[in-house]
Design a binder for this molecule. Sequence first.
Ligand code: ZN
Length: 172
Amino acid sequence: MFLRLHEPEASLKIAKNSVVSIHYKLTDGQGTELDSSAGGDPLVYMHGVGNIISGLEDALTGREKGDELEVTVPPEDGYGPVLEQLVQKVPHSAFQGVDDIQPGMQFQAQSPDGSMRLIRVAKVEDDGVVIDANHPLAGETLHFEVSVSDVREATAEEIEHGHAHGDGGHDH
Ligand code: ZN
C-alpha cells in the first residue's frame, strides 16, 4: 500500500484579473456606516482593472479566500479631494419645472463632453442655487472592514469585457 501525503489545494491569491467576492462594511472618518454588504450578496468584481477604488484594490492584492482585513483609504486613493471648481452658483431658472428646490436634492447634469453627472444642491440663496458636482464621498477618509469570500480566475470573456460575469457580476 502506498500512501500519498494529502496537500490541501493551494488557494488562489488575488492578482490582476482575479474575480473576487468580498463582504464589506464601509464607515466614514466619524464612524458612521455608509454602506455594507451584510445580510446580502457579496460584492463581486474583477481585480486590477479599476472596478473598485484604488486604495481598496491595492490592499486586496495578494490576499486569498478567508482573509479578513481593515483598510483605511485616504481621499486621494478613494473618491478624490473636494474640487472647488465643481461647486458653483447657478440661477434659479436653471431648474426648470422644479418649484421647491431644497439642499440635498440631486439632479442629472450634462457635462460639456456630453457625459452625465450627478449634482447635489448644496445651498439655496435668493440670487441663485449653489450646486456641487463632487462625488458625495470626495474628501472623505474611508474605512473598510473586508472579508474575502471567494477568489477565482476570470474567464476570457470577462477579461475582454473588463468586468465580472455571473452571480453578483454583470448579466448580459
Ligand atoms: Zn460583460
